[in-house]
Write a protein that binds this ligand. Structure first.
Ligand code: NAD
Ligand code: TYD
Length: 353
């Protein structure tokens, strides 16, 4: 028995595969295009009895069909996506290609494969689509958090492409009876996150003595969840979730971006004090805001708590401290991911040379 994970060489996929195998889960086949966001070496220590990496695109129907027919996984967990909002503003085409067109082809490959299975195997199969709370758009400060019934109102090319994929999942359930479940999760943080995203970017910039870019007034709010909690929730949904349902996943840890950046500065002041004895806070720099920047996301996690008994284990303060320590203790990983592509991105987004 095996499961097929797509996009498993990225941030959440890597953490999921490690979590899955540590918990005694079946062998994992990881189909990953290995884009700039991937790091195949995260998982290179896993033996072939536990793990196989296949470099390829979720949109390649011939390849996906070959994998399904040969490996006969009992489930697919789809992480593969272009995932960074700022990149989607600079280059939306890639997001439509992978998150919509590629994703559609993945569903088509699955539909063709399931048509060949007997009724029992078909009923036992699971397609878990990993999505985001950003599909619901932006909340005002007083609005109640998103539930599974909140209307879709995506505001960035990234969130619009993810919303499209969620709608396709829904339609394939309704029309073809595909055995699907969707999860919509809030912002994740933790080990192996590519440093284009806020938390690792701030840690890495701070350690280099570079400015810490805060978009606009820094009062935008995100609801942070440690990636290990997300992975536990996903494994639970895979085993116990109801077909055709969607589950919101969040940490009930709403923080403004400025609060996150200042907390990281305070943590680093203790873990790795600056040479001049000053606080990293002196590096905070308010920069031009992201176009169309959503003000607030927040998740109401009541459904997954009530139906599946899921509760996060990390609180934000300890989770963030552990994350800062991970980046300090993994300087080789940090060095390796800052490739030419990363430096090019810093130039495009922050005007660094
Ligand atoms: P990531 O960018 O770190 O990793 C994405 C992975 O997908 C990479 O390994 C990349 O090589 C791979 N990939 C991209 N295009 C592909 C394609 N066409 N075929 C095969 N592989 C491809 O992303 P992440 O942060 O790990 O997010 C994983 C999923 O979780 C995404 O679908 C994202 O929308 C969703 N999500 C992320 C967050 C978050 O805070 N990071 C929160 C909620 C939901
Ligand atoms: P990000 O990690 O890109 O996640 P998302 O846009 O999916 O929420 O950004 C988190 C928040 O941090 C978001 O409100 C944008 C803000 N941000 C900054 O203020 N400065 C930065 O350099 C980055 C990358 C993000």
């Amino acid at each position: 028995m095996s499961i097929l994970v797509t996009g498993g060489a990225g941030f959440i996929g890597t953490n999921f595969i490690l979590h899955w195998l540590a918990g005694g889960g079946e062998r994992v086949i990881n189909l990953d295009k290995l884009t700039y966001a991937a790091n195949a070496s995260n998982l290179s220590g896993l033996g072939p009895d536990k793990y196989r990496l296949i470099r390829g695109d979720i949109g390649d129907r011939a390849l996906v069909s070959e994998i399904l027919n040969k490996e006969k996984p009992r489930a697919i967990i789809n992480f593969a996506a272009e995932s960074h909002v700022d990149r989607s503003i600079h280059n939306p085409g890639e997001f439509i290609q992978t998150n919509v067109v590629g994703f559609f082809n993945l569903l088509e490959s699955l539909r063709a494969y399931l048509a060949l299975l007997n009724e029992e195997s078909k009923l036992a199969f699971r397609f878990l689509h990993v999505s985001t709370d950003e599909v619901y758009g932006s909340l005002s400060p007083e609005a109640p958090p998103f539930t599974e019934l909140s209307p879709y109102a995506p505001n960035s090319p990234y969130s619009a492409s993810k919303a499209a994929s969620d709608h396709l999942v829904r339609a394939y359930r309704h029309t073809y009876g595909l055995p699907v479940i969707t999860t919509n999760c809030s912002n994740n943080y933790g080990p192996y996150q590519f440093p284009e995203k806020l938390i690792p970017l701030i840690i890495i910039n701070a350690l280099k003595g570079k400015l810490l870019p805060v978009y606009g007034d820094g009062r935008q709010i995100r609801d942070w969840l440690h990636v290990n909690d997300h992975c536990r929730a996903l494994a639970l949904v895979l085993e116990q979730g109801t077909l055709g349902e969607t589950y919101n996943i969040g940490g009930q840890a709403e923080k403004s971006n400025l609060e996150v950046v200042e907390t990281l500065c305070d943590l680093l002041d203790v873990l790795k004090p600056m040479n001049d004895g000053k606080s990293y806070r002196k590096l905070v720099a308010f920069v031009k805001d992201r176009p169309g920047h959503d003000r607030r996301y927040a998740i109401n996690p009541e459904k997954i708590r009530r139906e599946l008994g899921f509760q996060p284990r990390y609180n934000f303060a300890t989770g963030l401290k552990e994350t800062a320590r991970w980046y300090l203790n993994n300087s080789i990983w940090v060095q390796q991911v800052q490739s030419g592509d990363y430096l090019k991105w810093l130039e495009t987004q922050y005007g660094e040379h």
